[in-house]
Design a protein around this ligand. Sequence first.
Ligand SMILES: Nc1ncnc2c1ncn2[C@@H]1O[C@H](COP(=O)(O)OP(=O)(O)OP(=O)(O)O)[C@@H](O)[C@H]1O
Ligand SMILES: [Mg+2]
Length: 322
Amino acid sequence: MPDRVIEIENLTKIFGRKLIAVNNVSLNVEKGAIVGFLGQNGAGKTTTIRLLLGLTRPTAGVVKIFGEKMTCNSASLRKKIGYLPTNPKFPPKMTPIEYLDFVGKLFSLTKEERTGRLSNLIRAVGLLPSASREIKGFSTGMVTRLGLAAALMNEPELLILDEPTSGLDPAGRKSTLDLISEIGKKKTIFVSSHILTDIDRICTHASVIDDGRVVFSGSIKEMKKKTQSDTLRLELDGDLDSFCDALKTVGSIVSFTRRGDLGVDLTLDSQASMLDLLKEVVNLISKYKLELISITSSSSSVEESFLEIVKADESRGFLRAV
Ligand SMILES: Nc1ncnc2c1ncn2[C@@H]1O[C@H](COP(=O)(O)OP(=O)(O)OP(=O)(O)O)[C@@H](O)[C@H]1O
Ligand SMILES: [Mg+2]
């Protein structure tokens, strides 16, 4: 049996007796995985994360971390987790060195441990030039990196990050994602986001939450496969009429759309061999004496997959309701 770092069983959180923020969620996170927890605003990501950390009491269900039940009284279990909340706030008058030293004290680290760890972490997150500057002048990206360093002070096996790319510009997002990816080589990470391309870049697995319910859990590859329909865009010059007639006889093309005289978009059977199809298409292009200007392939992005999963689930919900 694989090592389970997080086990969530039938977790439900209802606020004020009527708002179901987390609705019967079950999911597992294996050791070493980087799991993206995807969902739109208000989907229930932060509530789930707070339940994982025992910061909120569940209405029903169980959370186990490292095989141990998490409750609001599990302070020692919580100490084994690194946690970065959305848009973290730090004491503005402190410097990163002072703050990380303070965090180290909270974890009862010795002076030697604190000094060693904080200097390594400050270097690792790229804050060395600002190590002795007051936090109050820091950019959002610098604050996030300090938050990551703080979350790592206790050398946790598991890192839980709630929207670490929130509020960052593209450069800040890239450096933060690279950093998380690097950390993920040694640790298990559960990271929430609504930016799907970010999750696509760094995660091995994804769980999609929509309106409190998990509507997909699996590898990023499975998620793409589930909804994938590969498309090929051919940019062509010449007489397209006979070519388009001939395309209808190619079995591995599910459908195609002619873009006037510019070319065609082909939707391919996901089981078919791309190489065989390309050979057939190129033969037809040559047979009908067309000029091939370009071929571009686009498989459905995580973003599209995500939206399709949510949409499919919504229509099931609708069917349930009628
Ligand atoms: N303490 C609370 N009391 C009442 N309702 C709450 C509370 N916390 C969250 N909610 C509600 O629960 C739902 C889920 O909120 P949550 O913060 O978990 O979403 P989220 O996926 O993290 O969203 P975002 O992307 O905006 O951070 C929302 O409808 C929210 O209004
Ligand atoms: Mg949130």
